[in-house]
Design a protein around this ligand. Sequence first.
Ligand code: ATP
Length: 349
Amino acid sequence: MSFERDLVSPEPDNDEQSLEAALRPKRLDEFIGQARVREQLSLVLESAVRRNRPPDHVLMSGGPGLGKTTLAMIIAAELGAPLRVTSGPALERAGDLAAILSTLSEGEVLFIDEIHRMARPAEEMLYLAMEDFRVDIVVGKGPGATSIPLDIAPFTLVGATTRAGLLPAPLRDRFGFTAHMDFYDASELEQVLHRSARLLSVGLPEEGAHEIARRSRGTPRIANRLLRRVRDFSEVRAEGVVTREIASAALNLYEVDAEGLDRLDRAVLGVLLRKFGGGPVGLSTLAVAVGEEPETVEVVAEPFLVRQGLIARTPRGRVATASAWAHLGLTPPPDAFGASVFSGLFDEA
Ligand SMILES: Nc1ncnc2c1ncn2[C@@H]1O[C@H](COP(=O)(O)OP(=O)(O)OP(=O)(O)O)[C@@H](O)[C@H]1O
């Protein structure tokens, strides 16, 4: 048994990137939600434009699909500056980064996605570049090696990470502004959906948007993806208008339930409740029981189930909460939440 994850995965599909590009807001005032980040950022950018200087370096942290790349593009657009895009895993050696830094033009925005995955030597080169707009190029090897300082054009670094905690403090400290991106609430996702529906020429009444938003796991990328599936369904089976009934029927067909859980999420919950009486049960046992790798269960299904308050991670294993029983319409055994099962379990695993 294996599970199709595409529909509610926060990561982009291979062929999704060009579609995403078409739906990306281009300016800050088109960017929906994240009100605090938007306001803070607009101040940082406006004062930089007034002073005619590049703004401080910007770090964005938050889960996949929440709009970090979009915001990096917006920063460059608002500054009227060119944008260079790379990613942490592409910067394996200091030379990879030196090649980019030494060819930046004045005021250019350098976007490094997944900045926490950059190799150590590149990271150390970046410290100096961020602070003094300088790189030290090492020539030769061993005792005879010399380092030649090279001035680079003042630039703005925009770093994105899904794991801010993994960034070393010296790197984190060199960012003048950190934007924490949160999950979106339902009404913000509805606005994202209405905007995308307009761009895709899809008829989307209020209740249709509401139905898709509540199943989108707080993530614009997932909302846009579900909208495309629902649009296909409505074009083939209805008149092309996404009513609540159509949205609901389409998403039920694709096995995304009313809270955004998909087949794997429900399989994990089902096994935890039906086979293990609500736990505690170890991750690998749970994974074997649903026929998946432990990593898939841990990385793909679990974070959302925990965020929804359906399961809890405890030192003795995974435990279902009362909401999990209610979600699957099952009755918990009489002792499910007794002291014997839960005592001392909720110190985070
Ligand atoms: N605030 C928003 N308003 C409208 N659309 C948004 C917003 N945030 C994200 N989107 C849409 O969601 C999609 C994914 O956004 P984006 O690629 O910026 O996410 P990300 O955080 O960079 O993801 P990753 O970490 O996987 O690179 C894009 O198509 C974008 O148009």
